[in-house]
Design a binder for this molecule. Sequence first.
Ligand SMILES: Cc1cc2nc3c(=O)[nH]c(=O)nc-3n(C[C@H](O)[C@H](O)[C@H](O)COP(=O)(O)OP(=O)(O)OC[C@H]3O[C@@H](n4cnc5c(N)ncnc54)[C@H](O)[C@@H]3O)c2cc1C
Length: 425
Amino acid sequence: MTPWNNWAGNVQASPDATVQIDSEQHLADTVAESQRPVRVRGAGHSFSPLLEVNSGSHLCLNNLNHVSAEAGAPRSARIGAGVRLHELTPQLNRMGLALDNMGDIDAQALGGALATATHGTGQTLPCYSAMLEEMVLIDGQGQRRRLRRDLDEELFRAMAVGLGTGGILAEVVMSLVPTYRLSKRRFRISLEELLSDFSEQMSAARHVEFFYILHSGHALGLASDLTDQPVTDKPEDTDQKGLLQLRQAARLLGWAPPLRKRVLAAALRSHSSEQFVADWFQAFASDRGRIRFNETEYHLPADAAPDAIRELIDCLERNFPEVYFPIEIRSVRADDLYLSPFYQRDSVSVAVHHEATKPFAPVLAAVEPIFRRYGGRPHWGKSHTLTAGELRSLYPRFDEAVAARRELDPKGLFNSPYIEQLLGL
Ligand SMILES: Cc1cc2nc3c(=O)[nH]c(=O)nc-3n(C[C@H](O)[C@H](O)[C@H](O)COP(=O)(O)OP(=O)(O)OC[C@H]3O[C@@H](n4cnc5c(N)ncnc54)[C@H](O)[C@@H]3O)c2cc1C
């Protein structure tokens, strides 16, 4: 047995074996010969128990990390699904190519990011899975399946957000854009101004996100637009320092909410706007590692977001003075993938984080009903409690997506007890 835990430490697994895969053929042979369950592991950055198993094996695809130009398609690249995003992005940059958008970190494996519809922010920009042009999957019988967006419409859409079920991504072709540079601006905004003018605020730049500082009445904004200006020095990454200060305020002033509010508001008033320019592959990811956390994130219909955010903040500020991580608010464009939380819906993603050493279940139990009342769909890779019965009503093509998995993996080799509950497989 090789014990394993995820990044946050809230999910454990004890697979019988952990297999390092060296090639697509090795992957196909390993799957074909497996008699016990198989789960494919990326970088282990999901908070939901997608990789929880007590038997069978974990497959690691780190060595499937090739990146090459795609003949006849100058804005695409063929990429091994095991590549880590931070390995991929400088290589794409050297080829004059770029991902149109990225999330907060670049530690994930590409296959892991695609399998859970990982996303960044931008009203006109979809999640990573929507950048897929082609998938090379190894199905539950060890057979190679090549699915193309333009040729295999139904099966492609059913499998593009895969959760490591139905098939394992060995290689993908991603739709890319020419390299670009972003001018990033950090600024402060009151909650009232943000929520009363929400749609304008979220569309004020190519990428906009807000971090609401609980108990302060204010949010920090981050807005980025394309620029031709030269790269400037990146200002010191103050996110982690800021978090330590918020933790301190929660510890010292958690008993006195009005005082905490005054102290935080004063600290934020002194936060001046700053601007810098960075190449695309150095513009998105930040250091999120020093204080580990648990997280839930729901994707809400864009119109419902301001009311839901107000209710959420009220709930957290009243009932959980110990929660100090900012509430993260982002936008994601709709897509057409059956298990994408953005399926046919422009969304606003709202995330609640809590220090990993503290119990997260009570926080989740308090915020989930709010997210659900507003029609939220949970991030597949973050903590939530929904199972197939509830998910079916949120995803119009849920049954087709499940049927596709049964077809590709009739013996359920890629299932686990959690996956069976989640998808009703
Ligand atoms: C600090 C931190 C910051 C984060 N920031 C963001 C963010 O900005 N935006 C966002 O949307 N999410 C974010 N996440 C969540 C994260 O992007 C997702 O959970 C993602 O799935 C993790 O990728 P991974 O490589 O670690 O995958 P894992 O957690 O290892 O696996 C996730 C799923 O992918 C499947 N999988 C992995 N590889 C393959 C493959 N080759 N073929 C098929 N299935 C595969 C696994 O079986 C599993 O079901 C963050 C998480 C952390 C811890």
